[in-house]
Write a protein that binds this ligand. Structure first.
Ligand SMILES: Nc1ncnc2c1ncn2[C@@H]1O[C@H](COP(=O)(O)OP(=O)(O)O)[C@@H](O)[C@H]1O
Ligand SMILES: [Mg+2]
Length: 241
């Protein structure tokens, strides 16, 4: 059965499109997992734009074309649609694809969004270590908690640090994590179904490698540690993914 995963955030610029692209390409080209992307981030559709510019380059740059030929398979499909239009199509792709990644708009206030969130097997919320990003992520967590999935609980939600700065004080990230976990614990006291929110172990470094090697065709090992952790989550039978 296909898994529907979304790397999301209500704040722009935290890396949704970049991480979705890296993850999709690595799973597809290295792990050989069938992948499809729904780019529902209307009207930018920036993920589809990356593909469009790569297709244009295939036509104009022979070296690039030769390199792509060596990949040995057609690129994974990217469907650009609004959330509401994508929804009825998801099940058709669920049969064909093992991993469907959905790039969602930065706001939950969009037609079809509750149904889309309920359909997800997991949501990965990207966050940065600045107070605004952190606060906005906590708001997203609260909003996500209002929707329940097919099992009647909250959609499994993972918090993933992006643009991790290893020069920061060691306790900066762990301190923020602890504050978030305490806050979530407090919420649990007044909820019938528990918050299903977890921090991922991996932190994606702030590196030009993420920027410069973002491709819908060529995988890059910079994302490998995240793939390894996602694989562990997919493999486990826990109520997580
Ligand atoms: N881990 C990272 N290290 C360095 N730059 C990053 C990283 N993740 C994202 N970026 C950069 O941040 C900017 C915003 O990323 P993008 O994926 O477009 O965010 P979003 O889709 O959330 O708006 C882009 O310039 C991207 O290259
Ligand atoms: Mg984007």
């Amino acid at each position: 059965m296909a898994k529907f995963i979304s790397f999301c955030s209500q704040k722009g610029g935290v890396g949704k499109t970049s991480i979705t692209t890296h993850v999709a390409t690595y799973f597809y080209q290295v792990e050989r997992v069938p992948v499809a992307i729904f780019d529902c981030d209307f009207p930018q559709h920036s993920l589809q734009s990356i593909r469009t510019s790569e297709i244009a380059r295939l036509k104009s740059d022979e070296g690039f074309f030769r390199k792509a030929e060596k990949l040995g398979q057609m690129p994974y499909p990217i469907y650009a649609d609004s959330v509401a239009n994508a929804l009825p199509k998801l099940d058709a792709y669920a049969i064909k694809n093992e991993l469907v990644l959905v790039d969602l708009p930065g706001t939950l206030n969009v037609e079809g969004m509750p149904a889309m969130i309920q359909r997800l097997d997991a949501a990965v919320l990207l966050l940065e270590a600045d107070p605004l990003s952190f606060e906005s992520t906590m708001h997203t967590v609260l909003a996500m908690a209002k929707f329940s999935n097919k099992n009647g609980g909250m959609v499994p939600t993972y918090l993933l640090w992006n643009k991790f700065d290893s020069r920061e004080r060691k306790d900066r990230y762990s301190g923020l994590e602890q504050a978030a976990l305490n806050y979530l614990d407090g919420l649990n006291a007044s909820r019938k179904t528990p918050m299903n929110v977890h921090f991922m172990e991996h932190r994606i470094p702030d590196t030009v490698a993420i920027k410069d090697t973002r491709s819908t065709l060529f995988p890059n090992a910079v994302i490998k540690p995240l793939i390894q952790e996602l694989n562990k989550l997919f493999a486990s039978n826990s109520p997580t993914v």
